[in-house]
Design a protein around this ligand. Structure first.
Ligand code: BGC
Length: 493
């Protein structure tokens, strides 16, 4: 399916629902059984609680893990990857550039005509293509062939609004949103897949080479000038409009953060000079795990995942997993007999309940929680009365509150580390955190919990200086801007 000009964020914070549609629906009489549910709920709330001291511990541990990861490769859970992006867009960038974004259940292609300081973004066009699920488990060639062919089709539709001087190749900023050990601005080795991808033959390889080979097979004459993580693209895109942007965070299917670091604080930086004295570090914070409040539902989900023991922060706070954690809790409640005598088969299907579904349930303000009832029935087969619906909303809220607050603590950890190294330059002035991703965009309660945690941790005064701002779709333009900055051709910007 190809969506032209649609929002890329839609669908990005979930995995596709995969149960067969012909699963029989078992009717379940729902008794209001507060007695059997209460202990489960109480325990869940207790174990998911994120009081201020716990948040403080998480923020401190995040800052400490950042330092350890900057000292030496493998120094902590956080990989603290060098992005090779040492200068951010200035606004002077000019010309036609492409961006290709692979990071979740969709990939996006974009072209932009940049017009420098005066005209900025003259024109932009994009297409979004959903990735067939079998390709997420197939071979590297199949996945990259699919992407290159999508890019080819899109490039062929380039109209006259876009202009490239004769004799030049079209240049691409390639946003690849998985952990990559960058070897230069336009090359990098895939460390591992995340977010449910299990494509064979890519880990350990240069992903730009994989794309180049696929483009050659398509006879597509384009060149990758910059390979960037989505966080780095978002930071570059947001910085194009606002000089105070220092951090970028993605909260979508997966999660990650990057920030502007002083090169003199990076002990592991050897032989990499940065004329600006600054570079962007991709933290890969999804792998963080220190001091997180976890439940048996988290550990069971982790055990059943394709990457057990990995990406624990991501599994606690990101869109791919929140719905699944809720489903596991609801199953437990159903097994305790609290919802009736039988358990609908659908409720036992992993990942059937997606984060957009729990978000939709939490937006139901009606007295009888009618929407909660119908979403629950349609998706899990559970028939519910009002008290059962209230319990379900409480479960969603507990899991989402933990996620949002922990994400907020992670952000504070990064800001804290930056402030420690540059007293007053972060908390003493306006500092912007650019946010993107469907979870952040489409889940108001999550957003509020995140902001609350930041405010609680920093206090009212300092938190006034920290602006958490949605930077919608910034990563595509950001990648194109970085392609411009790293173009092999002479430009007058
Ligand atoms: C990946 C990161 C990415 C993040 C958000 C994580 O699973 O490891 O590289 O930035 O998802 O897309």
């Amino acid at each position: 399916m190809s969506v032209v000009g649609a929002s890329p964020a839609v669908g990005l914070f979930c995995v596709p629902r995969s149960p067969p549609s012909n699963i029989p629906r078992f009717r379940m009489a729902v008794r209001s059984s507060a007695v059997s549910v209460a202990p489960i709920l109480t325990k869940l709330k207790h174990e998911c609680a994120t009081p201020l001291p716990l948040l403080r511990h998480v923020a401190d541990a995040m800052a400490a893990d950042m330092r350890a990861g900057l000292a030496v490769d493998g120094g902590s859970d956080l990989k603290m990857i060098l992005s090779y992006v040492d200068s951010l867009p200035t606004g002077n960038e000019k010309g036609l550039f492409y961006a290709l974004d692979l990071g979740g259940t969709n990939f996006r292609v974009l072209r932009v005509q940049l017009g420098g300081k005066e005209e900025r973004v003259i024109d932009t066009e994009f297409e979004q293509v959903s990735i067939p699920q079998e390709l997420m488990f197939g071979t590297s060639e199949d996945l990259f062939d699919f992407i290159a062919s999508g890019l080819d089709k899109f490039a062929q539709k380039e109209g006259e609004k876009f202009y490239l001087p004769p004799g030049r190749k079209r240049e691409i900023g390639f946003t690849f949103s998985f952990p990559v050990r960058q070897t230069s601005i336009d090359s990098g080795i895939l460390i591992k897949w995340t977010k449910g991808f299990a494509v064979s033959g890519t880990a350990g390889r240069d992903v730009v080479a994989c794309l180049n080979e696929a483009m050659e097979r398509q006879r597509l004459d384009m060149r990758v000038s910059a390979l960037v993580n989505d966080t780095v693209g978002t930071l570059a895109g947001a910085r194009y409009w606002d000089d105070d942007v220092m951090v970028a965070v993605i909260l979508g299917t997966g999660t990650n953060a990057c920030y502007v670091e002083r090169t003199d604080t990076i002990a592991k930086l050897q032989g990499h000079d940065s004329s600006s004295g600054r570079t962007i570090i991709n933290t890969e914070w999804g792998a963080f795990s220190n001091g997180l409040p976890l439940t048996v539902f988290d550990s069971d989900m982790d055990d059943a995942s394709i990457n057990p023991g990995e990406q624990i922060f991501e599994k606690t706070i990101s869109g791919m997993y929140l719905g699944e954690i809720v489903r596991r809790v609801l199953l437990k409640i159903a097994e305790a007999g609290a919802f009736g005598d039988s358990i609908p088969e659908k409720l036992s299907t992993p990942f059937v309940l997606r984060t957009p579904d729990i978000s939709a349930m939490q937006q139901d303000n009606s007295d009888d929680l009618k929407a909660v009832g119908s979403i629950l029935y349609d998706i899990t087969g559970v028939e519910s009365n009002l008290s059962a619906r209230k319990i379900v909303v409480e479960v969603c809220d507990t899991v989402v509150k933990r996620g949002g607050r922990l994400a907020g603590a992670g952000i504070v950890g990064i800001l804290q580390k930056m402030e420690e190294d540059s007293q007053g330059l972060i908390f003493g002035k306006r500092t912007v955190v650019a946010m993107d991703g469907g979870l952040y965009e489409h889940y108001p309660q999550y957003r509020r919990y995140l902001q609350d945690a930041v405010t609680e941790l920093l206090g009212l005064e300092i938190s006034k200086n920290v602006i958490i701002e949605h930077s919608k779709d910034g990563s595509g333009i950001g990648a194109a801007l970085l392609a411009a900055a790293n173009s092999k051709y002479e430009h007058d910007f």
